[in-house]
Design a protein around this ligand. Structure first.
Ligand SMILES: Cc1cc2nc3c(=O)[nH]c(=O)nc-3n(C[C@H](O)[C@H](O)[C@H](O)COP(=O)(O)O)c2cc1C
Length: 304
């Protein structure tokens, strides 16, 4: 008998735990040409803001050993254009649609939450890595008070499940996870990219025009596993793990650390079929190891 891959996150059922990560598959259109997105458990859409954003000037992507740096700067068409031009292509399709929401003030986040409330998206992923322009640019996700404020205000404005995406660029990710759980988050996802920098020694200029950017890909995987494990041991809400997953073994490992579902980002850029390979490998491993239900391995790590 085929193993059961079904998982339930914040009351939303996913046919399998594999989700494409925000910013790495747009709004799914390009993937439509490769394979049916219905094969995925979910798709986390490109981060959207209230108004259109052009993003940062180039260069905004660079390769690094076992990873990539990016400073795309949340280029997106804005929530109205998303609802008008992109969501119709996703509506009615059998894949969990996760809208990734970003803003530079609490009012921005709340306005987007309200606008998406009656829409066909299944869940909101709250990207709190953005700088709060009203509070000197400090990231919402780096401060327990700001993180919980944004979540509790959004909670009052939407009935959609809220999955709060945590940044690894903090001293203590567990305290941020607890703060957003107390504020009403239905799930947490982690990690976003790790703040990083490269310099071209010929020109003496930073490789990225923004000087600094976010590191993702296999290079960050052990950091992500550590953080998922710590957070999963500290909160009751479901944890969605990501950061460097490229092989099925990584997905199993991330789930053993405590993730109930996983997201795949950077690996999509060099192999868009990664999610299908990961799924197949997970199913095969489960069959070979007598695991009939994927939920059995969540948090199955046996710490020393
Ligand atoms: C080019 C690029 C764009 C991204 N854009 C977003 C975004 O809009 N919103 C967001 O929450 N995360 C964004 N991320 C972060 C990813 O969703 C993910 O959290 C991170 O890259 C770690 O996973 P990975 O190593 O599998 O890529 C982006 C990552 C990359 C590489």
């Amino acid at each position: 008998m085929k193993p059961s891959m079904k998982v339930t996150i914040a009351g939303v059922e996913l046919k399998n735990p594999v989700i494409t990560a925000s910013g790495c598959c747009g709004y799914g259109r390009e993937y439509d040409r490769l394979y049916p997105m219905e094969k995925l458990g979910g798709i986390s859409l490109k981060g959207m803001t209230l108004e259109e954003r052009q993003g940062n000037p180039p260069c905004r992507i660079a390769e690094t050993p076992s990873g990539m740096l990016n400073s795309v700067g949340l280029q997106n068409p804005g929530v109205e254009a998303f609802l008008r031009d992109e969501l119709p292509n996703l509506t009615g399709r059998d894949v969990v649609k996760i809208a990734n929401v970003a803003g530079s003030s609490i009012e921005d986040y709340c306005a987007i939450a309200e606008r998406l409330d009656g829409s066909a998206v299944d869940m909101l992923e709250v990207n709190i890595s953005c700088p709060n322009v009203k509070h000197g640019g400090a990231s919402f996700g780096a401060d327990c008070t700001m993180a919980s404020q944004v979540v509790s205000e959004m909670r009052r404005r939407t009935k959609k499940p809220l999955m709060v995406k945590l940044t690894p660029n903090v001293t203590d990710i567990v305290s941020i996870a607890r703060a957003v759980e107390d504020a009403g988050a239905d799930a947490v996802s982690l990690i976003n990219t790790v703040l990083a920098m490269r310099i071209d020694i010929k020109t003496r200029r930073p490789v990225l025009h923004n000087n600094v950017g976010g590191l993702s890909g296999p290079a960050v995987f052990p950091i992500a596993v550590r953080m998922v494990w710590q957070v999963a041991n500290a909160v009751k809400v479901p944890v969605i793990g990501m950061g460097g997953i490229e092989k099925w073994q990584d997905a199993i490992e991330m789930m053993m650390a405590g993730a109930q579902a996983i997201q795949i980002g950077a690996a999509l850029f060099y192999d868009p079929y990664t999610p299908l390979r990961v799924l197949e490998g997970m199913e095969r491993w489960m069959e070979q190891n007598g695991v009939s239900d994927i939920n059995e391995i969540v948090g199955a790590v046996r710490p020393w």
